[in-house]
Design a protein around this ligand. Structure first.
Ligand SMILES: [Zn+2]
Length: 382
């Protein structure tokens, strides 16, 4: 039997390599070393590995590793990056695996580098000859920032499989749907001038008052049109989060900008909803004499829903004893779904741990997760 390092050694190695991703360039790091480490382990046990260099992101890579042949396989997928950390609030070195109180501490233990080691510990029990359908390990870049990895995975269309499990932290409970999200800025440019004579300018702030009214009307319409009882907040939401403009009470406001966050239910199409927003605002501003500009703050993640009748949903429900749920956070699942892969999200970590100092994974979760992954391979690949 080919040998991998022990689970503890793999976890230590993954945690020891910093792979922070951030929209702030001074914090952003390469994920190359984790990707090559995973590829090395995969090759040791007989996988074919493809490392994808992500266009326009020179230090970022995806891994697609496949054991066995065919395009009807099972994917274990996750992101190789972590969020930045606040060292003053960590009690241990975030890049050293520390065992304490039946827990393993380290940055990425819950969200979600540990998943790759657990997946390998499950896969190593099988060899390619036994597999009727392949097992794949997919590791992406930049999930915590731009999603460049998942976007390129979709664009490159190199990944072919039937089912996928994403090991994001879910407390060992299957998730089959989440909302989509995008963030947009609306910038109005008018003309500043002395406040004593309104004819000297065009107020961007007064224009924004109209825009806000239009957006709130649009929100009401969306909320009466779309409803999904599986979600804790069962309607789409639009949050007016940030506004700024003008410079002085005695000047006409020349520029004003509003930032909003829109959360979509499954069944709502991201591009369509964004265009609808832009169209509504443009129509409202048509005779205002103000210039309207839209700035994409966050491209967006589509909403996702895998049907209750999907075999991967039924099987993960059976193995965990929990009905598949909806969550409030976005994942890479919609990108896999668009590749025609039926996807659930199920991981050993606790979402309460993710993005927090002193992130850990409870040791008793390790074998529970390896068992689930092992049984999924038996069900879908043998
Ligand atoms: Zn994550």
């Amino acid at each position: 039997m080919p040998s991998l390092p022990s689970l503890f050694e793999m976890l230590s190695a993954l945690i020891a390599i910093p792979t922070i991703s951030s929209m702030k360039p001074e914090l952003d790091q390469s994920n190359q070393l984790v990707i090559t480490q995973l590829a090395n382990w995969c090759e040791t046990i007989g996988f074919r590995c493809q490392i994808q260099a992500i266009p326009d992101h020179p230090t970022k890579f995806n891994l697609i590793a496949q054991l066995g042949e065919g395009d009807q396989g099972l994917v274990f997928a996750g992101h190789s990056d972590t969020v930045p950390y606040d060292l003053t609030r960590w009690q241990t070195d975030p890049f050293r695996l520390v065992e304490k109180n039946q827990r393993l501490y380290g940055l990425g233990m819950s969200d979600m580098k540990s998943f790759f080691a657990l997946a390998l510990a499950a896969i190593v029990q099988f060899n390619a000859k036994q597999l009727r359908h392949p097992v794949l390990l997919v590791a992406t870049a930049d999930e915590e920032s731009s999603m460049s990895g998942a976007k390129y995975l979709l664009e490159s269309a190199q990944l072919r499989a039937r089912y996928a499990l994403i090991g994001e932290p879910t407390n060992l409970q299957p998730i089959r749907m989440h909302k989509g999200i995008f963030m947009e800025a609306i910038h109005l440019t008018g003309l500043s001038g002395h406040s004593s004579d309104p004819t000297l300018g065009r107020s961007a702030l007064e224009g924004m008052y109209q825009v806000v009214g239009e957006i709130l009307n649009w929100r009401n319409e969306l909320q009466s049109k779309y409803y999904h009882p599986a979600f804790h907040v069962p309607i789409p939401t639009v949050n007016l989060g940030h506004i700024f403009g003008g410079d002085s009470p005695n000047r006409i406001c020349g520029d004003c900008e509003l930032h909003i966050d829109v959360r979509l239910l499954p069944g709502m199409e991201l591009t369509e909803i964004r265009e609808e927003l832009q169209h509504r605002v443009q129509q409202r501003m048509i005779n205002s004499g103000l210039e309207v500009k839209f700035i994409t703050l966050f491209d967006g993640i589509a909403p996702m829903e895998t049907p209750t009748t999907s075999a991967i949903v039924l099987e993960t429900e059976r193995l965990t004893g929990y009905p598949a749920q909806a969550v409030a956070f976005g994942t890479e699942a919609p990108f896999l779904q668009q590749l025609g892969i039926e996807t659930v999200i199920l991981g050993a970590g606790d979402i309460a741990q993710a993005h927090q100092p002193n992130e850990f994974l409870a040791i008793d979760r390790l074998n529970l997760m390896i068992n689930i992954l092992t049984q999924l391979i038996q069900k879908f690949c043998l």
